[in-house]
Ligand binder design. Sequence first.
Ligand code: MN
Length: 340
Amino acid sequence: MLRIIFFADTHLGVDYPIKPKVELRRRGDDFFDNYKKVLDYAIESKADLVLHGGDFFFRSKVPSPIVDKAYDILYDFADYDIPFIIVPGNHERSALPTSILMNHRNIHIFDEPQTMFFEKQKAIIGITGFPNIRNGIKLQYEKIFEQATEGNPGVDIKLLLMHQAIQESQIEGYTFRYGIDVLPLEMLPADYHAVLSGHIHRAQIFQYEKEGKQIPVIYPGSTERTSIVEMAEEKGFYELIFEETDNNWKLTETNFHILPTRPMVRIDITKLTEDEKVLRNLLGAELSKIDPNAVVRLRCEFSETRKLLKADLLRELTPKTMTLTLAPIYRKRYQIEKNN
Ligand SMILES: [Mn+2]
């Protein structure tokens, strides 16, 4: 039996100010905690490999204390002799920040299209991967795949690792189907055990058929909620189990492990008022009804009322255990998708 841990979209650095000016409960530690939980699980369960599907950090230019914190944890993990393999995502601008820490023999980064080989449990695993393609994956994929697999020897387990939107993947209220930045299912290879991808923040598995075989496409989703559209989604990671019979390795189980997350709640101010006292009572009543550890997204589309929602007032009304942010006025759906 061989076990692979697969996670993605850790977005380290979200809400993690280096020198916070005010004392507020932030979300930064939540992201680091879940990242560490996945690695701890891999150590405790003695996983054979750990794969990361990209968007390790929340953006491409990351303050060095965040880079150091994230890499320190990874470097400690790497001493357990479990290979850690990652494809850079769009938030990395397809390249991770360089650091001397990353020159560890157990840390492997796909900085170009290629196939990496590992031997575990007497199986040879070939992992084909490439950094995120930001513009026109549909037009570039075939060439990239050819480049990544040229001259490859036969192996026991073949996996394709990427950070892209694949046809049929879903987010709340939307299914990716066509478009230049969506990878069509018909382009995916026939003889792979699974296609593993980051980028889509909702955990999901769907199949495609090729040469009479059903092959799973696996998105572990993000390890924390990064947007209000993810509020109802459970967050976690996949544990993939492969078993061998008669020299033939098969993916036999895909177990989703749920990670703890604080509840995400949306509060809409639907009453127009210019009276601060009325607003205070209204918001105070709403906040008293929800989980004290909630991550709150406050929405108010009335500009007259919104003027009253100053930082001081919000800080005063928000319980110390909550994290509250004021939503910008009306965001279009395509902007949300782009932010994945
Ligand atoms: Mn992402």
